[in-house]
Design a protein around this ligand. Structure first.
Ligand code: G3P
Ligand code: CA
Length: 370
């Protein structure tokens, strides 16, 4: 009797096996590729040290960032430098050292040699030092060139044993800037879709142009269009779309259209009141179109509120986070990844539940037949 009972249970379990869905992702994570979401150090560890400096980039890597982000501007003599603003006075001591040129301090009015004499000032919550951190660079708070940002990414890759990616942003919709970005990347051995590089821009025209130029040069680095997640009523149906700054002003693009020339979208967080909400539908639609979704900018310095914000978006499947506090982003990412059951656990859980269900069904039938 016992043997027959065991055989029957085995048969029931085998039947239950067939009911277990076999479509679980490779890792169980909800990102587009099933990999852990990436941490992008927004202007370096800019919540702690002067933004866009070698010191801030190095600290970000030490805190667990996967990518370092240089916004790029062009100097008067045609060098790419890491700087958010198109003027120098907010983040440097330029006003102490130079008179205004043409009524201001535009980056484009100063040579690289002149800009190299400047010191980057801390803004916001940043300061000139971070407890326990000694920068490796002899001059950690000068304005770095794009080449120097690439150099530190490569040096930190060796130092940490992790591949440190770069995430340059073309801050001007300028074909000259596009060419210099691509030339610099190619000269440093970057060109493949699998390289740890994303090139980003708010300008739809720039991203389309970068796509065309890459095809002509045999390059295929991932491109990201920056903008905002919007929901539009299309024929009576709410449709997630990308709010963009296009050639003819602000507009919207379908995610399928974006996917024809880009590999991801970078969307603003925290602007729901303005109609820019990153919803589950938006991320699902972006993923269905083959687009990664990276959110900017995670700027909360308090762990509890910051972590709640990270968990909210990571649970939706966000693929990357731009953070001013990469240590918090890295911890939140680790917490999220460890909270997602491994596929093996999911299968075992499914088997367990299916087994229980089968046994319950069998017991129910036995009771009925009594
Ligand atoms: O590039 C993503 C995010 O950095 C966009 O904002 O103004 O800081 O460059 P911004
Ligand atoms: Ca940026």
């Amino acid at each position: 009797m016992k043997t027959i009972g065991l055989l029957r249970s085995a048969a029931l379990l085998y039947g239950a096996l067939a009911l277990v869905p076999l479509t679980v992702q490779a890792t169980g994570l909800p990102t587009l590729d099933g990999n852990a979401p990436i941490v992008i150090a927004h202007r370096g560890a800019s919540g702690y040290l002067p933004e866009h400096t070698l010191g801030a980039y190095e600290l970000a890597v030490r805190m667990g960032a996967d990518y370092i982000e240089p916004d790029l501007q062009l100097t008067r003599d045609g060098h790419l430098v890491a700087m958010h603003d198109d003027t120098l006075e907010r983040t440097t001591n330029v006003a102490d050292l130079f008179a205004q040129r043409n009524g201001g301090y535009a980056v484009s009015q100063f040579t690289l040699a002149e800009i190299k004499t400047l010191t980057v000032k801390p803004v916001g919550t940043a300061s000139m030092s971070y407890p326990g951190f000694t920068p490796g660079s002899a001059e950690p708070f000068r304005v770095p060139t794009f080449q120097e940002v690439i150099d530190i990414a490569k040096a930190q890759s060796i130092a940490t044993g992790r591949t440190i990616g770069i995430y340059p942003e073309a801050k001007q919709a300028d074909p000259v800037m596009e060419d210099k970005i691509l030339q610099t990347l190619a000269a440093n051995g970057y060109g493949s879709s699998t390289d740890a590089v994303f090139i980003q821009s708010f300008s739809e025209a720039t991203v389309r142009s970068l796509d065309q130029k890459q095809q002509a040069e045999g390059m295929d680095l991932p491109l990201v269009l920056l903008g905002a997640a919007v929901t539009i009523d299309v024929g009576g149906q709410t449709t997630p779309m990308m709010g963009v700054s296009g050639p003819s002003g602000n507009g919207v693009l379908s995610l399928a259209e974006v996917a024809t020339f880009a590999d991801g979208v970078g969307v603003v967080i925290g602007y729901e009141a303005f109609g820019y909400a990153i919803t589950q539908d938006f991320i699902d639609a972006a993923h269905a179109a083959g687009l990664q979704v990276h959110g900017w900018t995670f700027n909360k310095a308090d762990w509890t509120s910051a972590n709640a914000e990270y968990q909210k978006y990571l649970a939706m499947g966000m693929d990357g986070v731009f953070s001013n506090y990469p240590d918090l982003a890295d911890s939140a990412r680790d917490q999220f990844v460890s909270s997602v059951p491994e596929p093996a656990s999911v299968v075992l859980m499914g088997l367990g539940l299916a087994g229980f269900a089968a046994i319950a069904r069998r017991n129910g039938r036995m009771r009925l037949s009594r």
